[in-house]
Design a protein around this ligand. Structure first.
Ligand SMILES: Cc1cc2nc3c(=O)[nH]c(=O)nc-3n(C[C@H](O)[C@H](O)[C@H](O)COP(=O)(O)O)c2cc1C
Length: 162
């Protein structure tokens, strides 16, 4: 059995962390992609992203179907949007009935909301065992430091069945 890192990233921070986790653990990695792009500039960027979270939207994913049965551990990463996890992660959770897995969570944000984001994710993912969580404020600002923190965290995850 193996590990999958699955994440969404809008501006690349969560992607850097996700790649480091996958590299550290020798895990498979999937970046969630949506059929429609969110606006990337100015007010519209925050407005559309925030609105999408608040209305509980589940944007269409264009990823190939993932066979989750081959993974016993899933590590899920998201930026914090409007104090929660991002809509593509909501789509992923709703598309796959994830049960009986070991789950670790990571988030990237600009200073707040990670705990609420994790609490909500855990609620959506009930029926699984949670083995770890970590969040990063503006990871790009001191990327090397954050990536080495990521490696330490990933190496300490309990990867064997308890
Ligand atoms: C629509 C939107 C909403 C956001 N909401 C929050 C928030 O509630 N709290 C916060 O700390 N950062 C918030 N941010 C900032 C991102 O979480 C932060 O920049 C994150 O590191 C981006 O990760 P990414 O580069 O992987 O997309 C928001 C960003 C966007 C675009």
């Amino acid at each position: 059995m193996s590990t999958l890192v699955v994440y969404f990233s809008f501006t690349g921070s969560t992607r850097s962390i996700a790649k480091k986790i996958a590299e550290t653990l020798g895990a498979d990695i999937t970046e969630l992609k949506t059929s429609k792009d969110y606006p990337t500039e100015g007010f519209r960027k925050y407005f559309w992203g925030g609105k999408s979270v608040i209305f509980g939207e589940k944007p269409e994913l264009i990823n190939k179907r993932i066979d989750l049965s081959q993974y016993d551990t899933i590590i899920i990463g998201t930026p914090v949007w409007a104090g929660s996890f991002t809509p593509p992660i909501k789509s992923f959770i709703s598309q796959y009935k994830i049960q009986g897995k070991r789950i670790a969570l990571f988030a990237s944000h600009a200073g707040g909301g990670a705990q609420k984001c994790f609490t909500r994710l855990k609620k959506e993912l009930s029926g699984n065992e949670f083995i770890g969580e970590i969040d990063f404020a503006e990871p790009k600002k001191s990327l090397e430091e954050n990536l080495s923190e990521t490696v330490k965290w990933a190496k300490c995850l309990p990867m064997e069945m308890q």
